[in-house]
Design a protein. Structure first.
Length: 192
């Protein structure tokens, strides 16, 4: 087996799948950081700060021979973050608020290498069709939205709600591959 090309500062199965999709070899180390927004911190600043802090924390805790890739993804509707639902009631409210409307997904990628940091941002718009109460209840019962920010997974059953997407499908999943590949190529990691 070939050795890792980088360290992924994330335990996300989706991010691992996406890196594998483009043939990047990696090892996983997670960062224990406070992911709460700071007072008056806007979502764009928050997503970029979290991606950078995850990568930096793992970089500082490593032997600094492999670059470290950190990422964070946030959904926003009406200026509010679309977080993981606490229960059915919060999932229902979130999905109803997105029903028939467009929401924004910000996905930031940070790459630490030789004490430098490169940062990239992907912004996507997702249009949801109108959802019924019955669909929302059935979707919740299916189990997918329970641990997903925004109470849906674009790569899963939740895709049936997305009428249109402008931007990065992989970014909505959690790791924008276009931006990630560009950062990796800057430091000599080829994806093709």
């Amino acid at each position: 087996m070939q050795s890792a090309q980088l360290i992924l500062a994330s335990a996300s199965p989706r991010r691992r799948e996406l890196l594998e999709q483009i043939g990047v070899r990696y090892q996983v180390r997670t960062a224990d950081i406070d992911e709460r927004a700071r007072l008056d911190e806007d979502p764009l600043d928050l997503v970029q700060r979290l991606a950078k802090q995850k990568a930096q924390a793992v970089w500082e805790d490593s032997d600094q021979t492999l670059p470290v890739l950190g990422a964070d993804t946030l959904g926003v509707l009406d200026g509010r973050l679309l977080v993981k639902p606490e229960d059915f009631a919060s999932a229902r409210q979130m999905l109803l608020s997105m029903s028939g409307r467009v929401h924004t997904i910000y996905s930031a990628v940070a790459l630490y290498h030789q004490a430098a940091c490169e940062l990239a941002l992907s912004t996507s718009q997702v249009w949801f069709r109108r959802l019924t109460e019955a669909e929302i209840a059935a979707y919740w019962q299916q189990g997918e939205p329970c641990d997903k920010a925004g109470a849906y997974a674009i790569q899963g059953m939740g895709a049936i709600f997305a009428e249109r997407l402008e931007g990065s499908y992989s970014g909505v999943m959690g790791l924008p591959l276009f931006e990630t590949a560009q950062l990796l190529q800057k430091i000599g990691i080829r994806v093709l």
